[in-house]
Design a protein around this ligand. Structure first.
Ligand SMILES: Cc1cc2nc3c(=O)[nH]c(=O)nc-3n(C[C@H](O)[C@H](O)[C@H](O)COP(=O)(O)OP(=O)(O)OC[C@H]3O[C@@H](n4cnc5c(N)ncnc54)[C@H](O)[C@@H]3O)c2cc1C
Length: 398
């Protein structure tokens, strides 16, 4: 099954060096920023500055077609960029723009592509995602937000919830029901809309790890005709399953989950090497060594899966499903991450629960990420990923 793309040619080594040099010049020493769990305006601004610099290089759109602000470069070059960004600790690309770019590249009209892809490539427009509703999370097809035809446009009414960083965004991709009384997965359409439109209201939803999601209310919001993305009534297939949940064809580095886990492992190994317990460094303790080895093996396996996911995503037709994506998502991100955090809490002991002040380990980083690891249902829960893997990956009956 594993089908890696070779990444060890002189040309690709040169590309890797170019990426590393850019990082050293742009964010010397790295700049770790995780927008899901950080509301500092200064750090947000620095993250956007960084991605605008990446955008000026044309690297966010590295693999997009040249006609749409891209460079038409290879998947392996994108993968190498991702690895370098993760290893160096670059901030993650803000929010949902890359999923929107994937949908636009596949289903947008030429005018929609011209209008929206540039802002995503250059990180001058930030996008939120309005899928989930209070009564429609895992069961997304239960959504009740409606878009009713009105002249050549639409009137949008309803409520979305858990919108990551919508308060920082200018635009949103929204799923709404355009036909009622039909089979529940049919009659759902995708709209792209400015959050400045009259009738759009946001309310904050603070998460338990210091970040903010949002509730978004649509009260008779008038949408123009060109707000519809893709075919009317086909968003379930085209937009949701068409991108395999997270199959980001337009994606660019770094992968946020890999970056989180690599960062934590690095901090943990450093701490265990420097800290004495019972007169010896913590990483000499046989039990701790075993735990560190397990975490390290997990991270290496995660990276292998990431590579295979890349190969699959890019070798398959854009419209085919990618069975590796849910495996990776489930095994390594949804389940490995909380286990990883629990294991490091066991190694570090009660002091790891101190969030701030002189007694906080690594400035409270471990405590913060332990809290964050309970939010692993972003993008769909582990149970739902298993179902996707069984039905779409293995072709099993429901
Ligand atoms: C940090 C964060 C960011 C998010 N960002 C966004 C965003 O930007 N935009 C957006 O639209 N949404 C976003 N979400 C929402 C996310 O997609 C939903 O939380 C997720 O789909 C789960 O839905 P729910 O929270 O309603 O849980 P529920 O669907 O109510 O699930 C509750 C529990 O029941 C289980 N369950 C449900 N159905 C089944 C089943 N059929 N079989 C077995 N078990 C089942 C679930 O696995 C889970 O354990 C975000 C969530 C988080 C935590």
């Amino acid at each position: 099954m594993v089908d890696f793309v070779p990444d060890d040619t002189a040309e690709l080594r040169g590309w890797r060096n170019e990426a590393r040099q850019f990082l050293e010049e742009t964010i010397p020493g790295g700049f770790y920023f995780d927008y899901d769990y950080d509301e500092s305006p200064e750090r947000w601004a620095k993250c956007i500055d960084f991605w605008q610099a990446v955008g000026r290089k044309g690297w966010t759109a590295l693999t997009w077609p040249a006609a749409y602000y891209g460079q038409g470069r290879s998947a392996i070059e994108r993968y190498i960029l991702q690895e370098e960004f993760c290893t160096y600790a670059a901030p993650n690309y803000p929010v949902i723009g890359l999923a929107v770019a994937t949908a636009l590249l596949r289903h947008g009209t030429p005018e929609q592509k011209k209008q929206h892809l540039k802002g995503i490539a250059e990180c001058t427009t930030l996008w939120g995602e309005g899928y989930s509703e209070p009564g429609a999370g895992s069961d997304l097809a239960a959504l009740t937000t409606t878009a009713r035809r009105d002249g050549d446009g639409w009137i949008l009414n309803g409520q979305k919830t858990l919108g990551t960083a919508a308060h920082m965004c200018q635009w949103m991709m929204v799923l709404a029901r355009t036909e009622v009384g039909v089979q529940r997965h049919a009659g759902i359409s995708c709209f792209i809309l400015s959050l400045d439109l009259p009738g759009v209201t946001l309310l904050p939803l603070e998460n338990m790890a210091d970040g903010q999601q949002n509730q978004t209310f649509f009260d008779n919001v008038r949408l123009p005709a060109d707000a519809l993305l893709g075919t009317e009534g086909q968003a379930w297939t085209e937009i949701w399953f068409g991108q395999g949940g997270e199959k980001l064809v337009a994606g660019t580095p770094p992968d946020i989950w890999q970056m989180r886990i690599e960062r934590q492992l690095k901090l943990l190994r450093g701490y265990c090497a420097e800290t004495q317990r019972h007169g010896a460094p913590l990483d000499q303790d046989p039990v701790v060594r075993l735990q560190l080895a397990e975490l390290y093996s997990g991270v290496e396996l995660l990276k292998l899966h990431a590579k295979e996911n890349y190969a699959q995503s890019t070798q398959l037709d854009w419209h085919a499903s990618n069975p590796v994506s849910p495996i990776m998502n489930l095994g390594w991100f949804k389940e490995f991450w909380p286990d990883f955090c629990q294991t490091y809490m066991d190694i570090l002991g009660p002091q790891a629960m101190v969030a701030e002040g002189p007694d906080a380990l690594c400035n409270g980083h471990f405590e913060h990420y332990f809290r964050a690891s309970f939010g692993n249902h972003a993008g769909g829960t582990a149970q739902l990923k298993r179902m996707t893997m069984a039905t779409r990956g293995l072709g099993l009956p429901r």
